[in-house]
Design a protein around this ligand. Structure first.
Ligand code: URA
Length: 208
């Protein structure tokens, strides 16, 4: 698995601001969107382009465009929704595929309970977004699901990753590419990332 911890100064600065204990919902949302947009910019740097001829103001003109079908952004419910607009800022024509995962209280296994994927997902780049890669369970279940649907080109964007989650994801899906604003220290006993951001879903939705 290729893991990129983005070193861009804007990313370093903004992810630091997100760690403030009493950050407002408004500010957390804004920063989640901004960091997601920057991760998207980095993650799409090597997309394939092709030359096409269009009608320009002075006749035919050759221009470059991104090759292939429109990408799909895949937010994992619910916190992934907080990253979606940031991705769409740079890829406004991307389609959205949504995946919902819950944790079975007995087995503790993540179980997909809902998905609505775009058509021909097997021919699209899928940008899977979830702010926190903690144990990696939800991400692994989502990637399993996408691959079952034929998806071959998958890039994961997370704001913060725990080493434990990266290890689990690598073991399950070694072919992935992952971009993150920060690889943090560890998980605590409750499964929160340290130093982390706290509960990203609650902070994005203003719950709790
Ligand atoms: N989910 C979160 O929102 N925060 C964590 O630290 C881990 C999982």
């Amino acid at each position: 698995m290729k893991v990129v911890e983005v070193k861009h100064p804007l990313v370093r600065h903004k992810i630091g601001l997100m760690r403030e204990a009493d950050i407002s919902t408004k500010r957390f949302r804004e920063l989640a969107r901004e960091v997601s947009a920057l991760l998207t910019y980095e993650a799409t740097a090597n997309l394939e382009i092709e030359e096409v001829t269009i009608a320009g103001w002075n006749g035919p003109v050759k221009v470059e465009q991104i090759k292939g079908k429109k990408a799909t952004v895949v937010p994992i419910l619910r916190a992934g929704l907080g990253m979606m607009d940031g991705v769409l800022e740079h890829m406004p024509s991307a389609k959205t595929s949504v995946v919902g995962i819950y944790r079975d209280e007995e087995t503790l296994e993540p179980v997909p309970y809902f998905h609505k994927l775009v058509s021909q997902i097997d021919e699209r780049l899928a940008l899977v977004v979830d702010p926190m890669l903690a144990t990696g369970g939800s991400m692994i279940a989502t990637i399993d699901l996408l691959k079952e649907q034929g998806c071959k080109d998958i890039v994961v964007l997370v704001l913060v990753a725990a080493p434990e989650g990266l290890k689990a994801l690598e073991a399950a899906h070694p072919d992935l590419v992952l971009y993150t604003a920060s690889i943090d220290e560890k998980l605590n006993e409750q499964g929160y990332i340290l130093p982390g951001l706290g509960d990203a879903g609650d902070k994005i939705f203003g719950t709790k």
